[in-house]
Ligand binder design. Structure first.
Ligand code: ADP
Length: 156
């Protein structure tokens, strides 16, 4: 017991420093394929903590902000149509090195080249229907969490 509290006091600040937060969106193909439980189970088994969750329809405004790096591309209307074809589930996740580790679990954008064992490799269909979104940097994670969740919808 004494050893444990010494360990906690010494290392807790370092462990806290490694904690990162990510927005994960379960996309319409994930809901349609009934994979929400499986996806969440994988994140929880990888020791990520859920600290916010909600189901929502994405407005034009939130999608344009979220995919601002894609709005000029010719296939943006298709992506928008897909992302608005049903509600999505937004999840706030945190854990050690969350950004990198979650992106590894998700796999590359194109599901057809994603390794088996990744979420997109196991459940994705193509470049667009690829199951989940996950934040790609700590900074974007914070911006996306603020975009999708009100302060009182996140729990410490
Ligand atoms: P990621 O989601 O892997 O971070 P991007 O930010 O580049 O990838 O793209 C956002 C989303 O837009 C993708 O997850 C996918 O749903 C869609 N998308 C990206 N590129 C294409 C493409 N070439 N064709 C169709 N949909 C695409």
């Amino acid at each position: 017991m004494g050893d444990f509290s010494l360990f906690t006091r010494r290392f807790a600040p370092m462990i806290r420093a490694l904690m990162e937060e990510s927005l994960v969106l379960l996309k319409p193909d994930c809901l349609e394929g009934r994979k929400c439980g499986e996806v969440l189970k994988r994140f929880e088994e990888a020791n990520f903590e859920v600290y916010g969750v909600k189901m929502m329809r994405l407005s034009d405004e939130i999608l344009q902000e979220h995919y601002s790096h894609l709005t000029d591309l010719p296939f943006f209307p298709e992506i928008q149509g897909f992302m608005q074809s049903s509600p999505v589930v937004a999840i706030a996740l945190r854990g050690e090195n969350a950004i990198t580790r979650i992106r590894e679990m998700v796999g590359p954008t194109d599901s057809t080249v994603a390794q088996k064992g990744t979420l997109r490799g196991d459940f994705g269909q193509d470049k667009m229907k690829n199951v989940v979104h996950a934040s790609d940097s700590v900074e974007n994670g914070q911006a996306e969490l603020n975009r999708f969740f009100a302060e009182d919808e996140l729990f410490s």
